[in-house]
Design a protein around this ligand. Structure first.
Ligand code: UD1
Length: 416
C-alpha cells in the first residue's frame, strides 16, 4: 500500500496549474458512448477514477487512445451493456454509464455502485427517473437490468437536486422521443459542462446550470472535440494549502466564478486573494480566523471542500462550526486528525472545531478522497513528520499531487 510522508511547517510559494475536472470528465467520458464514432477530449485529468472509467469503456468494446494532451475515444464497437461489477464497485460515478448506454442502446445492466464511504449513497432518484422515461427495471441479486422498447421524454421533478441523477436523466434523454423537462435539477458547473459537450455533439439541451433543464430528443449525434473545464475542488484544495502554509500560492487554469463560495470563505478567514482573469493568488495571514460553513448544493459551499476546510479551520484562531447538509457521514477524517492534535466534537450533521496551533505530525489513514486531502493539508501545517496511509483514495482525484506540492516547496514523498 502506498503512503505519503510529509514533513510539515514549510512556507509554500509558487504556481500550481489546475487540472481538468474529475467530476466533469467522468460524465463526459460516459457521454461519448451516445454517438457511434470518435470523440476527442482535451484537459482530461490523469487520475485513477478516469483510468477506471476507461477500463469500463474498453471492457464493453470502446477504444481509448491517448495522444499528447488529448484522448480519443472510439465507441463504434460497443457490444456489451453490462458494467463489470468489480469496476462498478470501485467507483460510484460509474452509474452514469447506465444513462449513456440506455440513451444509445435502450439497455443497461449494473450492480449497486461503490465509491467513497461518506454516508449512504442510494440511487433511488436515478431509478425513479429511468422509470418515468419508459424504462423497465428488474432487480435480482443486487444486479439491476434496465430495458426499454422506446424512451419517451417526460417531466421529472427531483426530490433532491442530485448531481448524478440530473446527469443520468440528461444522458438517457438526449435521443428520446419528445421532450424531457427536469425540475429541481442540480445546478453544478459540471452539469453545464456535460451539456455543452453534448450540445456540441448535436444534442438539444437548454437550461443546464439552472434548476430547470429541457432536453429535446434528437435522432442523431456527430463526432466532436471538447475541452473539459478546470477542477474547482482541486483549485479549492490548493487555495487552502496556501492558506495554512503561511506563504503565497498562485493557481492557474481556473474559473473564478466556480470557486467563488470557497474564495469568499477564505477571505472571511482573513486570507488576501488577488484575482486575475485566469488565475488567483492567495496570501496567507499570520493566523487564520475561524469561520462557520454550511455545505449546500451549488452555488452553496461544496460538500467536497468540507473536509479540506475542516483541516484548515483546526489551525485557525477561535471556534468554527461546520454543518454538513449533503452527506451524513463525512466527518470520519476528524477522528483520524485527532491523532495530530485536532480538537473537534461531532454532533449529528455538525462539527465544532476548536482551533489550535499545536498540531503535531502522526501516522494517519486516509478515510476517503477528500478526507485524505484534508490529511495532506493538516500534515503540511503540522510540526514534524506525518505518514498518510491508504493514499489510493487521494490518487483517485488529484493529478500529480506529489509533484505539484514539491514544486511549491513542500517536503513530500510517495512511498510505494
Ligand atoms: C456528485 C459528485 C461528488 C459530490 C456530490 C455532491 C461526481 C462524480 N461526484 O456525487 O463529488 O460530493 O455530487 O455535490 O460528480 N441521493 C439520493 N438518491 C439518489 C441520489 C442521491 O438520496 O438517487 C442523495 C445522496 O445520498 C446525497 C445527495 O443526494 O445525500 C447528493 O448526492 P448527489 O448529488 O447525487 O451526488 P453524486 O452525484 O453521487
Amino acid at each position: 500500500m502506498s503512503k505519503f510522508i510529509i514533513q510539515g511547517g514549510k512556507k509554500l510559494e509558487g504556481k500550481v496549474k489546475i487540472s481538468g475536472s474529475k467530476n466533469a470528465a467522468l460524465p463526459i467520458i460516459a457521454a461519448t458512448i451516445l454517438n457511434k464514432g470518435k470523440t476527442t477530449l482535451y484537459n482530461v485529468p490523469k487520475i485513477q477514477d478516469v483510468s477506471t472509467m476507461f477500463e469500463i469503456l474498453k471492457e464493453i468494446g470502446g477504444k481509448v487512445t491517448k495522444k499528447n494532451n488529448k484522448v480519443i475515444i472510439d465507441t463504434s464497437n460497443i457490444h456489451k451493456f453490462k458494467i463489470p461489477e468489480t469496476l462498478m464497485r470501485q467507483m460510484r460515478s460509474s452509474v452514469i454509464l447506465a444513462g449513456a448506454l440506455l440513451g444509445r442502446y435502450k439497455e443497461a445492466r449494473f450492480s449497486y455502485p461503490g465509491g467513497c464511504d461518506i454516508g449512504s449513497r442510494p440511487i433511488d432518484l436515478h431509478l425513479k427517473a429511468f422509470e418515468k422515461l419508459g424504462i423497465e427495471l428488474e432487480e435480482e441479486y443486487g444486479e439491476i437490468s434496465c430495458h426499454a422498447e422506446r424512451i419517451v421524454g417526460n417531466e421529472i421533478n427531483l426530490d433532491f437536486p442530485s448531481v448524478g441523477a440530473t446527469e443520468n436523466i440528461i444522458l438517457t434523454s438526449v435521443m428520446c422521443e419528445g421532450k424531457t423537462i427536469i425540475t429541481n435539477a442540480a445546478k453544478e458547473p459540471e452539469i453545464e459542462d456535460l451539456s455543452k459537450m453534448l450540445n456540441k455533439m448535436g444534442a438539444k439541451i437548454k437550461g443546464a446550470g439552472t434548476d430547470k433543464i429541457e432536453i429535446i430528443g434528437v435522432k442523431k449525434l456527430a463526432e466532436t472535440s471538447y475541452n473539459i473545464m478546470p477542477d474547482r475542488i482541486e483549485a479549492g484544495t490548493y487555495l487552502v494549502i496556501g492558506a495554512v502554509s503561511g506563504g503565497n500560492i498562485t493557481i492557474t487554469n481556473i474559473n473564478l466564478e466556480h470557486i467563488k463560495p470557497v474564495v469568499d470563505k477564505l477571505e472571511e478567514a482573513n486570507c488576501k486573494l488577488e484575482k486575475g482573469k485566469n488565475f488567483i493568488k492567495i496570501i496567507a495571514p499570520r493566523r487564520l480566523k475561524g469561520v462557520d460553513i454550511k455545505t449546500m448544493p451549488y452555488p452553496g459551499f461544496p460538500t467536497d471542500m468540507q473536509a479540506i476546510f475542516g483541516a484548515m479551520l483546526s489551525t485557525a484562531k477561535g471556534t468554527s462550526i461546520i454543518t454538513e447538509n449533503i452527506f451524513e457521514n463525512r466527518y470520519k477524517y476528524l477522528q483520524e486528525l485527532s491523532r495530530m492534535g485536532v480538537k473537534a466534537k461531532i454532533e449529528g450533521r455538525t462539527a465544532i472545531i476548536k482551533g489550535t496551533k499545536k498540531i503535531q505530525g502522526a501516522n494517519v489513514i486516509a478515510t476517503d478522497l477528500r478526507g485524505g486531502a484534508a490529511m495532506i493539508v493538516e500534515a503540511l501545517y503540522a510540526k514534524g513528520i506525518t505518514q498518510i496511509d491508504n493514499i489510493h483514495y487521494i490518487l483517485r482525484g488529484y493529478e500529480n499531487i506529489e509533484d505539484k506540492l514539491k514544486k511549491i516547496g513542500a517536503n513530500i514523498t510517495l512511498e510505494k
